[in-house]
Structure formats: structure tokens, C-alpha cells
Design a protein around this ligand. Structure first.
Ligand code: FE
Ligand code: FE
Ligand code: ZN
Length: 282
């Protein structure tokens, strides 16, 4: 059995190779990064030599797939036409740039329907994806499971399945399961991981489960709050994460920490989770 693939969100400010080196320093073999300023809109042009250096480093050190994250402001199902237009352009641009790093993941929040209703929200998300996804693109686009804060779409496996069903090139779609979000959404991921995975398989299909966001939660199951906590310090607890890193249906997926931490904290959490995973390895 191989080691788990785990990392955290890293800053793009010093470039791609620098992210790879930082990952190595903290014991990571994957990482997440924002494809552009998470709050704003502008995107930096990629330096091909920098990207090449990262790809070499990743190959040398056996990295798993990266999980890029779209900006939070990107809302494919906004009630404002300009915002929807921006979201489509931003996603199309991001996916074009991701082609420089072929074979990795691009994760996004499906969106907030801002009182238009989940049905209309899902329609708009599908319209956007139908406009943006290009057959032959080498980046799989992941819908993130959401906590159901406000009018967030993607608060249930059923809503994600409807987005997938309504998208033409849906062979390019997958799901990133966020442990804090699914618990906040009401799923008993801490007490019954296998039950949640069975449900995921029944509604979406486990072949779509591509990546994990590992976060403990500050709030009880079903709270719809979306406040991340450090691993083992929240309502999910350490045993929940022991289950995730050892379950045959999740242990081989890329895992990204989005806990409130600095790099030293992430280094400790990565070591902690690697330890939990190794306890049961032969
Ligand atoms: Fe996210
Ligand atoms: Fe997340
Ligand atoms: Zn969150």
C-alpha cells in the first residue's frame, strides 16, 4: 500500500516551482493553489519555464494530482448577468491556463443561487459548464460539496448529480468532497464514513469522487455554517480522519488541508495524518 497523497493550499506569489519546493518542505506530495486572486479577478500569465520546473520536481518526487481552486467570487449562478458572464470567462481562462499542467484537477464552488431557487441555479451552472467545458481538455473539473450556507448550490449529493446530468461533456466532471462541508450539510461523515460513501455511490457514483478537502468543523452536523477547524480539534474529531485516510475508497485520493494553520501547522497535520494512515499499513 502506498503513502497517502496529501498537501495544503499554497500561495502562488513566488511561482509554481516555489510551491513544489514548499510542499516538499512540509512533507506534502500534492497541493492546492488559487488559479487567480481568490477575491479579485485578475489572472497572472504563466511562466512556461517555471511550470516546467514544477512538473520536473513533481515527477522526481512522485507527486499526486494537484487540486487547483477557482476564485470564491466566481458564481456561475448569480442573479446578476455580468457576474455570470465573468464567472464563465474566468473559468474558461483558468482551464486554458491549466492545460500547461495537464492531468490535474480544477475545483470550484458550484455557486450561490441568491434566492432564484436551486433549480434555476443548477440550470445556470449547467449552461455555464456547457459553454466552458471543451472536449479533449486535459483538466478534470471538480464540483465541491458545499455546506449549504446561504443559498449555496451543491449542499446535497442530489444537487451535484443534477449538475452532472445536465452537463454535456460530463465525462470531464468529478467531485471534491470537503469533510467539513458534508458534515455541515448534514451527512454523518464522522460517525459513518462508509454509509456516506455508499450514499455518494448510489446518487453520484464513486467513480466521480476525485479529491478530498480535509477539514474539521467548528460546528455540529447539519449546521450549514462552513467554519473550518484544525484536524482533530472540531466536531468531526481525529477518528473521523483516521477513517478517511485508511478507508480503501478514500485513502488513495489527493487530500488537501484547508484548516486554519500556518505552514508549520500544516507540516504537523500532514505528519499526523500520514501517521494515522501508516498505523494500518503493512
Ligand atoms: Fe472550496
Ligand atoms: Fe473546501
Ligand atoms: Zn469551506
Amino acid at each position: 500500500m502506498g503513502a497517502i497523497t496529501i498537501g495544503c493550499h499554497l500561495s502562488t506569489s513566488a511561482g509554481f516551482e516555489a510551491m513544489g519546493r514548499t510542499a516538499l518542505e512540509i512533507g506534502a506530495n500534492t497541493f492546492a493553489f488559487f488559479t487567480r486572486n481568490p477575491r479579485g479577478g485578475s489572472a497572472k500569465a504563466l511562466d512556461p519555464r517555471d511550470v516546467e520546473a514544477l512538473l520536473t520536481l513533481m515527477a522526481e518526487h512522485g507527486f499526486g494530482k494537484l487540486v487547483a481552486h477557482a476564485p470564491y467570487t466566481m458564481n456561475l449562478c448569480s442573479a446578476t448577468e455580468r457576474t455570470v458572464e465573468f464567472a464563465r470567462e474566468a473559468m474558461a481562462g483558468d482551464l486554458e491556463r491549466m492545460e500547461a499542467l495537464p492531468g490535474n484537477y480544477y475545483n470550484f464552488h458550484p455557486g450561490s443561487h441568491v434566492r432564484q431557487g436551486a433549480g434555476r441555479g443548477i440550470e445556470l451552472i449547467c449552461e455555464g459548464l456547457n459553454q466552458v467545458l471543451v472536449p479533449g481538455q486535459r483538466t478534470r473539473v471538480l464540483l465541491e460539496t458545499m455546506a449549504g450556507k446561504g443559498t449555496e448550490v451543491g449542499r446535497s449529493f442530489e444537487e451535484l448529480a443534477r449538475i452532472i446530468d445536465g452537463t454535456r461533456e460530463n465525462q470531464l466532471l468529478g467531485v471534491c468532497l470537503d469533510t467539513c462541508h458534508v458534515s455541515d450539510a448534514g451527512y454523518d461523515v464522522a460517525g459513518d464514513l462508509d454509509g456516506v460513501l455508499d450514499e455518494f455511490d448510489r446518487v453520484i457514483g464513486l467513480d466521480r469522487l476525485c479529491a478530498l478537502h480535509l477539514n474539521d468543523s467548528k460546528n455540529p452536523r447539519g449546521s450549514h455554517k462552513d467554519r473550518h477547524e484544525r484536524i482533530g480539534e472540531g466536531t468531526l474529531g481525529l477518528d473521523a480522519f483516521r477513517a478517511v485516510v485508511t478507508n480503501p475508497r478514500t485513502r488513495d485520493l489527493p487530500m488537501i488541508l484547508e484548516t486554519p494553520n500556518d505552514l508549520a501547522g500544516y507540516r504537523r497535520e500532514i505528519a499526523l495524518l500520514r501517521g494515522l494512515a501508516a498505523d494500518v499499513e503493512e
